[in-house]
Design a protein. Structure first.
Length: 116
């Protein structure tokens, strides 16, 4: 468990697949936007599935993932993966994200810690 113990989830089932988005319960203040954006950019680099997003309007941080399902009904395992991934990523990267949101993060070092 980490500093982010929950995230608000939005799940949409559309014709082409399933969209899942988990939103961090804390928003960045304008004075830490650059630090937070650097942190999530470093987290996203090389990430094979999904990505973190940053909303410059209000400092919201979220993680989104998508499952393409045009060719039929996806398996339960695939559905669980797309729905679970935002939770897993918030847990994995949450401690460093909170440091950045609070203004005392070092994005490069905090990503190394999250990925070690």
């Amino acid at each position: 468990s980490g500093k982010i113990s929950r995230c608000d989830m939005e799940i949409q089932v559309i014709d082409s697949g399933i969209y899942a988005c988990g939103t961090c319960p804390l928003n960045a203040s304008k004075d830490v936007y650059n630090t937070v954006v650097e942190y999530i950019s470093r987290a996203n680099y090389g990430m094979p599935l999904g990505c973190f997003e940053f909303d410059y309007r209000d400092g919201e941080v979220s993680f989104r993932d998508f499952l393409v399902a045009k060719e039929g009904v996806p398996s339960i395992k695939d559905i669980e993966r797309v729905v679970d991934t935002p939770f897993v990523m918030m847990r994995k990267y949450g401690d460093g994200l909170v440091k950045s949101l609070m203004g005392f993060g070092d994005p490069e070092r905090d990503i190394e810690d999250a990925e070690s």
